[in-house]
Design a binder for this molecule. Structure first.
Ligand code: NAD
Length: 354
């Protein structure tokens, strides 16, 4: 398993393999780029089938965080960590304390937060071993997922404004895949705005709750790709836009929170060819990281959410550039992020958590 020759290696500054025999911790911390500030990114706990799969996830997600922070104008770089293991059976205090110690050994070059499989409680255990954490209750905001959902909601409005000349959700049919921390709150925003919802999840309780609270139609997980909706909002897994699904999609807008939605970059090209407007994942799902960047003693929720709402205008700029330059929105987002990295201009305040 080469690192420098790995297909997802993109000049990452540092990759740390962490092992703690006592707790059984096996983890990888990937720091992609610290040009704009300390790398910030969540920790994912997942039963990866192989170490290569874990490394691939860490490398790709860390790079995504660099671009995400650049486009959200945050004084952070990009990093991410993965813990190899089942979050249902392998969590322990010793495991998270060990993870916290590894983060601490990087002296602030990486700031850890929650991600799939890791809760605010878990990060709070890590915080006993390092101060380089974000997204804890003590730091101000707590769980950033509702803010991520708000950012996705604003992003869907931006996409509708571009694709349909109106950002109203009234009567708009949205298919939501995944009703977890983000998907649930997204449904709430959408339902309040008058959208018609079709939802799916592998968790039957989550489906029943959305059906009850938001009068959502429900479909089996695999059937969500065939729903004749206006918007498809992937809020569960990565790589859901792939050779098997792309021809089944009926929506003219794809806008959801999941990371790495495109199985490969060529799927972004294919979406553009099919005239499906894709809201690049790391732009539309930046709400959580924007929110926690406001943490600190002077945390102001209204200000933090106003910053999250700027996702609307950033996406609008990306959609317009993509149209003017005749390129997929995924590429327009990458180019804009690279411009901002090279220019390294930020109007944001200094990092709170580092
Ligand atoms: P979560 O684990 O709380 O929720 C994921 C949900 O997806 C679960 O309810 C799960 O049962 C469901 N799911 C799994 N496989 C499915 C399938 N095949 N079909 C339908 N549903 C399925 O995670 P989350 O925090 O809500 O995050 C969702 C996505 O958004 C992830 O890709 C995550 O990386 C991304 N994201 C989250 C945040 C955040 O603030 N939580 C921020 C940025 C990006």
């Amino acid at each position: 398993m080469p690192l420098f020759g790995h297909r997802d290696f993109d000049a990452h500054e540092q990759v740390v393999f962490c092992h703690d025999a006592t707790s059984g911790l096996k983890a990888i911390i990937a720091i992609h780029d610290t040009t704009r500030g300390p790398s910030l990114g969540g920790c994912r706990m997942w039963p990866y089938a192989s170490e290569d799969e874990a490394l691939t996830d860490a490398l790709r997600l860390a790079r995504g965080m660099t671009y995400k922070s650049a486009l959200a104008d945050l004084p952070y770089g990009g990093g991410k960590s993965v813990i190899i293991g089942d979050s249902h059976t392998m969590k322990s205090e010793a495991l998270f304390l060990a993870m916290g110690r590894f983060v601490d050994s990087l002296s602030g070059r990486y700031v850890i937060a929650e991600d799939v499989g890791i809760s605010v409680d878990d990060v709070e255990v890590m915080a006993r071993a390092t101060r380089h954490v974000a997204g804890t209750r003590a730091a101000g905001g707590g769980d950033p997922s509702p803010a991520t959902a708000y950012g996705v909601f604003m992003g869907i409005r931006a996409a509708l404004a571009h694709a349909a000349n109106s950002d109203s959700l009234k009567g708009v049919h949205v298919a939501v895949q995944g009703l977890g921390h983000v998907g649930y709150h997204l449904c709430r925003y959408l339902a309040e705005a008058g959208a018609q919802l079709t939802v799916s999840d592998i968790d039957a309780d989550a489906v029943a709750r959305a059906s009850r609270e938001f009068s959502a139609q429900t479909v089996a997980p695999e059937a969500i790709y065939d729903v004749a909706a206006d918007v498809f909002a992937p809020c569960a897994l990565g790589a859901v836009i792939n050779d098997q699904t792309i021809g089944r999609l009926k929506a003219r807008v794809i806008a959801g929170s999941a990371n790495n939605q495109l199985a490969e970059p060529r799927h972004g090209v294919e979406l553009a060819r099919r005239k499906i407007l894709y809201a690049p994942d790391y732009v539309i799902n930046a709400g959580g990281v924007v929110y926690i960047s406001h943490e600190g003693p002077s945390f102001d929720e209204t200000q933090a959410l106003a910053h999250v709402a700027r996702i609307h205008d950033t996406l609008g700029e990306i959609f317009t550039r993509a149209e003017q330059q005749g390129i997929p929105t995924s590429e327009a987002a990458d180019r804009l992020a690279q411009d901002r990295l090279r220019g390294h201009t930020t109007t944001a305040k200094s990092p709170a958590a580092a």
